[in-house]
Design a protein around this ligand. Structure first.
Ligand SMILES: NC(=O)c1ccc[n+]([C@@H]2O[C@H](COP(=O)([O-])OP(=O)(O)OC[C@H]3O[C@@H](n4cnc5c(N)ncnc54)[C@H](OP(=O)(O)O)[C@@H]3O)[C@@H](O)[C@H]2O)c1
Length: 238
């Protein structure tokens, strides 16, 4: 396949991990399309990429809305009539004891972190099948396998995302579509759950996650590394 003709879509790439993944896939030779939650945040991100000399296009798409996710995948597919890589990265956090969680916020977290990837996978699979395959990477979390107090909404969404990822992998591999989940520990970003006062030098960087995604999509296509746990090597000793 001609390297320059491959298209990658990264959701929630206006900042943080998604932004690092978009940059990295662009450096790897992909035509990259990003999404953000709002028209403003998406336009700002595209302009910032442009200032860095990176031609990356974007479209606002609310992960919670199936029609938005479908239109986003169609937009990416229209670039070159194909979609090779989908990275489901958009996500939010909401933390607090289960008996004090606002049901609307609980719904928001589930709809963004779990339904969003489902809608995107549903829209992307036919396009990928048409072109003989593709790679879907879901940015899950170590919170996909480790519950913690105050994590009812986030854990529920990320445990669910890992289940979605693994079942989708089993469904789609027969069509040449590989699906993997990346489970990072704490990453230094502006993520909702982060306490700004916390020492962050030991944390993973967004570039570490981008490196994992880049490695995944270049992996020889006989095999599927379907889950990568990504841990900081020197966290504070407990
Ligand atoms: N940071 C960590 O420690 C960590 C660890 C493990 C996993 N993760 C996961 O990694 C992913 C990215 O996290 P991050 O730390 O980079 O977060 P971040 O800096 O808060 O960025 C979140 C991104 O998601 C987008 N987004 C939020 N709600 C959206 C919606 N409804 N529709 C579309 N886009 C939406 C935001 O777009 P706008 O700018 O337009 O709002 C932004 O681009 C998340 O799935 C998170 O759960 C993070």
């Amino acid at each position: 396949m001609n390297e320059g003709s491959r298209v990658a879509l990264v959701t929630g790439a206006t900042r943080g991990i998604g932004r690092a993944i978009a940059r990295r896939l662009h450096a790897d030779g992909f035509e990259v399309v990003i999404s953000g939650h709002t028209v403003d945040s998406t336009r700002r991100a595209v302009e910032e990429f442009d200032k860095e000399g990176l031609r990356i296009s974007g479209r606002a798409a609310d992960a919670r809305r199936e029609d938005d996710q479908k239109a986003l995948v169609e937009f990416a597919g229209s670039k070159r009539g194909r979609l090779d890589v989908l990275v489901n990265n958009a996500g939010i956090g909401e933390f607090g004891p289960v008996d004090r969680l606002d049901p609307e916020r609980f719904r928001d977290v589930l709809e963004t972190n779990l339904f969003g990837p489902f809608y995107a996978i549903r829209a992307a699979a036919p396009l990928m099948k048409k072109n003989g395959g593709g790679f879907i990477v879901n940015i899950a979390s170590l919170a996909s396998v480790n519950a913690f107090a105050g994590g009812a909404a986030y854990n529920a969404s990320k445990f669910g995302l890992l289940g979605l990822s693994e079942a989708s992998m089993l469904d789609l591999r027969h069509d040449g579509i590989r699906v993997a989940a990346v489970l990072p520990g704490s990453v230094a970003t502006e993520f909702d759950g982060h306490d700004d006062r916390r020492e962050s030098s030991w944390m993973l960087s967004a570039d570490d996650v981008a490196e994992a995604v880049s490695d995944l999509v270049r992996f020889p296509d006989r095999a599927i590394p379907s889950r990568i746990d990504l841990r900081p090597s020197r966290p504070p000793k407990k």
